[in-house]
Design a protein. Sequence first.
Length: 319
Amino acid sequence: MVYEYDPSSFRDPSGRVFYQNGEVFRELSEESWPFFEELFENGTIKELVKNGQLVESTSLADSPQEFMQTSASKTVIWHKKIDWVTYPYEWPFSMLKKAALLTLDLLEFLTRKELTLKDASPYNVLFEGIEPVFIDLTSIQPLHRPFWQGYSQFCEGFLFPLMLSAHLEIPHCVAYSQSLAGLKLRDARRLFGIRSFLRPGVFRHVLLQAYFEKRFSKEDVISIRHETNGLINKNFINATVTNLTQTVHALKAPFADGVWMDYVENNSYSKEAQAEKRVLVENWLRHKNFMSLVDIGCNTGIFSKIAAKYVQRVLAIDE
């Protein structure tokens, strides 16, 4: 069998993603399999998939030998393939916000089950239609620290780019231009100064975080971890998630002005011509058998919605 590893899936020792015959699989290491086996058996994975929080995933514990890619692989997980792969720097503000809230909702659910997310990268989220779904199964791990280790990554990848747009009216995609990981804390500290501390998220997640990062060394953090001796303070984690959720909800996209903003109301088409165009497009699509369609320059998506009635997958794109 011919298979191909995902080149971005080499960092996690728990498992790697590979592709075979157009399907998506994840091989798990022998060390990580017992943990994920329990999540499948106790219904946690099934519940996450049902909630729309995790991509559809099935254990192939009794899979044929052709799925066993390496001698270190204990078993293989099948993942539903997401047809359109898009990235945070391509998303509009609303999509990045929805992906951030999904990540926080997922973390809140996991914390109740003594679990957590070790990673909080926006690249762990894809969109299935208009809804975000988490795809990195092996980011789930047991909750054994008194804080969320993915907090800084969430801020840099989700929160700071959203704040950049909401507070400074700088397109959030700019945050990924210097680093694909997002806006670094040191840069956020320069952009959001003392004058901005009353704006949602600035004081707690920028100024305080920058202060503690400067005040405490890595050795101090290791010492704190040692002194807690594994004591889990779920209340602290829950408070962090609650505050982040409230902060993200409070962030609003700036009003975007431009020559195309009123195109639907102000264009060269009469009402009759617009209606005729809709009929022409619908009649044309009705007699086609497209599996996928891309509407480039979709504006408000009027024709994308018409296409969605006849095409299985429609991607609407605009600036």
